[in-house]
Design a protein around this ligand. Sequence first.
Ligand code: ADP
Length: 599
Amino acid sequence: MSKRVLLLGLPPIVLLAIAAALAYVSVEWDEAAADRTAAERLTLYRQTILGEYNKFRYLPYMIARDTRATNVLGLGQTDASANRFLEEMADNAGASLLYVMDRSGTTLAASNWADELSLVGRNYAFRPYFQSAIAGDEGRFFAIGATLGEPGLFLARPTPVSGEPLGVAVVKVDMRGLERAWAEGGETVFATDRNGIIFLSSVADWRYKSLAPVPGPVRAAIDETRQYATQPLTPLTNTADPAAEVLTIDGRAFRHTVADVGLLDWQLHFLVPVEAARQTVWPIWAGAIGLSLLYIVALLMLRGRALRRASAVLLQESAGLRELNRRLTDEVEERKRVEAELIKAQEGLARSNRLAAVGQMSAAVAHELNQPLAALRMFVAGTRKFLQKQDLGAARDNLDEIESLQERMAALTQELKRFARPSESRIERIDLRDSLKAVEKIARPRFDETGVSLSMDLPDEALTLETARLRVEQILLNLLRNGAEAAGQAHEQSGGGTVHVSARQDGAAVRISVSDNGVGVPEELRERIFDPFFTTKLSSGGLGLGLSISGRIADDLGGSLEVSSNPQGGATFLLRLPGGTGQRPPAGVSGVREPEPAE
Ligand code: ADP
């Protein structure tokens, strides 16, 4: 079980367990209290019954001794003065009936002589009270009146009070006042006779019912005395034990307390509804359940608050994240902007670099040109002197020198022009094998000069490119020349200088490698050889522009030019050119340009 469920469930469970224990104890207490109250009430009601009995018990005795009443026995018939006497006595004593019977059980005088249903002349010899009294005892009997149908306690005495009885004096006590008092007190009380028949009850419906089923012989005996007239005496409960602690009547359970009245085997019964006897149970349960619910609600509310707080923190955090995200987006935007500015600046820098290069180159060119110019001046002056001396041979030699100087100067200016103004950039579909063959032709004299051998490995199928043919050829020529020169140096020392060219289709692109077995490029110079005016051939008239121009053209055509060292010595230049159209137009050039005049 998780800690949270335990925290939520355990206190209510403990609370309910305590409530159960309390409820049990309280039921015990309540029932004990109810039983005590019942016993007290029963004692009181018993007193009132006995009080009523005691109030009237001597009245028949008085009547039995009074000749004003008993004279009828001598007369053997009713008598007006006796009737009036009884009437007056009944009124004064509060008895419901007073009457005198002869020894055969026939009423000779009665207090209700004047009523329509007068007892006078009627015979009640079947009543047990008469039979007891005529036998010389005190007669006591509760019954429903045989004539008037009203219930009452019949008390009888023989008359004369001593000696052979000649008749019987009877008082009938109406006890319904007691019932009314019980009912008005809101209590459930009833009295049963020795047979368990309810004859007085605060609940009218229960009257003349039996607490337990009445056995047949008992029923027959009752009928003989006409005690309860024609009442069916149906059982009120099915209980086998009329003294049971709990009685169920009409589906309702009652706590049942019984007390003997001490008169005629009567019993008084006090009933309290079971739920009323357990009334403190409900507040205990309600309190416990209420407290449990309160606890759970409070706990859930606290939890809800904690959750709300947590979600507020989450909200705050997500707001923080959003803010962070926004800042990042801003930064990305800013970075893009700066990048664009940088590219712009770079382009500007490239332009100014080129300008600076032009400036640098101008200085180099000026320097380069000054030497041959000075030499030219010398040779021209010398030639003049040789011509004056008619030394034509020496003059011719000088002219040769002049011519070579001129050639060098022309080459220099040509390079300068190329650098400042790229050659034709018209894009056309070419077969690179043709270009390589054309370049080979141009470079051939240089190879012959150096004694370096040139081999080419070209595929059988066309190497088609859409590119600026003249510019590609310019690169290739540069690479072949450099190769020839590098291998030439080695050749001078040990011979066997070679340059090998191979070209291959590589996807849509074409890769051309120019490999020699010359001096190679030291690691530390790899980057620098592509710088303008970097040369190791100053002495032999190198300008240091070839690779820088070639690199730039390759770049402009969307390709690349790289150098690497051969394992067996020498350098390999790898030129990669994209095959299709779509390469970016050469820098500083837009669209198609007219071809420059041939060199
Ligand atoms: P130049 O040939 O006029 O010096 P380049 O720009 O063509 O100018 O070459 C720059 C330098 O690169 C050369 O001076 C040389 O030192 C080096 N270089 C170029 N090609 C090769 C090669 N095939 N082998 C060794 N070094 C080379």
